[in-house]
Design a protein. Structure first.
Length: 284
């Protein structure tokens, strides 16, 4: 499911490119709308990625106005066609408050800090089910579909163009018993196995480091091919926030670098995970 392009992310790229073209030419949204006899709202919706299926004629009109020709024009029109498709994830659309699977599929690197949970891309089915059941937010009849969708997301790591994944996990997430001690032991041993994946780097922040830069909570940094802006993803039980503001993203890069520098190295991290798994085994 991770193969191919994501129409949702293509729409995001197209919106960002059209906005940049207008700004580079020093034109206001009202001026562009006036020349094309559009409402200003129509233009701003296209630049905010608030459209479902971009119309080729509309994009061509903008490119004509901005005098975009040659390879740049061909690229943006190709992007327009790709943006009109439907995501491979459409059957799970009601389960995702945002476009996380599409963003993961298009990212070149994902850096994630988790304080209390195992990262979603590295969860076992039993652990994921226990998380959804404990939340009491996901209706019981949706739990299995939620688990299926989370397991399917992992396929992004095996896609040739899939992202590198760097996960920094607080020791608390390893010790908190979710589901049962048996579920936790299985989950931690799966983590050890996933750490051998060529696209996965797994680091643990031990209790002994005390306070650190990421104490305020979990987040992910998604990075895309240049010049695409990065995104900070912050999820709660009821919503996911995706923030592209450059200063906000840069701040989270600093936060991640800080906690990353305090984490154990890969070998010591795996040793700690295995030792905690053994402790869960004794309780199972």
């Amino acid at each position: 499911m991770a193969g191919g392009h994501s129409p949702g992310v293509r729409r995001r790229r197209l919106s960002a490119a059209l906005k940049k073209l207008r700004e580079d030419r020093g034109m206001s949204a009202a001026a562009v709308a006036g020349k094309l006899k559009w409402s200003t709202g129509k233009l701003t919706r296209s630049e905010r990625n608030e459209w479902k299926f971009p119309k080729r004629a509309d994009v061509e009109a903008l490119l004509d106005l901005y005098e975009v020709e040659g390879d740049d024009r061909a690229h943006l029109l190709s992007l327009t066609e790709e943006a009109r498709g439907r995501s491979d994830w459409h059957k799970y659309a009601d389960l995702f408050p945002g476009s996380l699977p599409d963003l993961e599929a298009e990212a070149v690197r994902i850096r994630s800090y988790e304080a209390l949970l195992i990262p979603g891309l590295l969860q076992t089915p039993s652990y994921a089910a226990a998380i959804f059941e404990a939340s009491q937010i996901v209706p019981p009849e949706d739990t299995q579909r939620k688990v299926e969708s989370r397991m399917a997301r992992r396929g992004v790591l095996d896609a040739p163009s899939g992202p590198q994944l760097v996960c920094v996990i607080d020791e608390a997430a390893l010790r908190r018993v979710v589901g049962s001690a048996k579920v936790m032991a299985e989950q931690l041993r799966f983590l050890v196995g996933m750490a051998a994946h060529y696209k996965v780097t797994l680091l643990v922040v031990p209790f002994e480091v005390g306070g650190h830069t990421a104490m305020d909570g979990a987040f992910s940094l998604l990075e895309f091919p240049s010049p695409e802006p990065g995104i900070v993803s912050i999820s709660t039980g009821v919503e996911s926030l995706y923030v592209e503001d450059e200063a906000y993203v840069d701040r989270h890069r600093l936060i991640f670098d800080g906690v990353h520098n305090l984490a154990l190295g890969p070998k010591k991290s795996l040793d700690l995970i295995e030792s905690i798994a053994a402790e869960h085994d004794k309780r199972a």
